[in-house]
Design a protein. Structure first.
Length: 93
């Protein structure tokens, strides 16, 4: 889809696998069984976190990238991103 000019992103916490399949934009999710949610949060907090996750995914889709880039939902911010292979090794933009 990227080659056709359609930006793509994947929401996952398995960054290495996303890179191996060629995902250019990786949005860091919560965990393996619940990448888009957190059952440990109360319902209102989980809904707010999910909203920030979707907003972050939209930011990722609107961001031109030349190599795999990890976008992470921060405590309060949307728009945080890491460029490079692993989020722990990447620098914050």
């Amino acid at each position: 889809m990227e080659r056709a000019g359609i930006p793509t992103a994947v929401i996952t916490n398995l960054v290495t696998i996303a890179e191996q399949v060629g995902a250019p934009r990786i949005v860091l999710g919560r965990g393996i069984p619940y990448p888009t949610g957190d059952p440990d949060l109360p319902p209102h907090a989980e809904r707010a976190w999910r909203r920030r996750l979707v907003e972050q995914a939209l930011v990722a889709l609107a961001t031109p990238v030349e190599r795999p880039t990890v976008f992470e939902v921060g405590a309060q911010d949307v728009g945080a991103q890491h460029v490079g292979a692993q989020p722990e090794e990447a620098t914050r933009a």
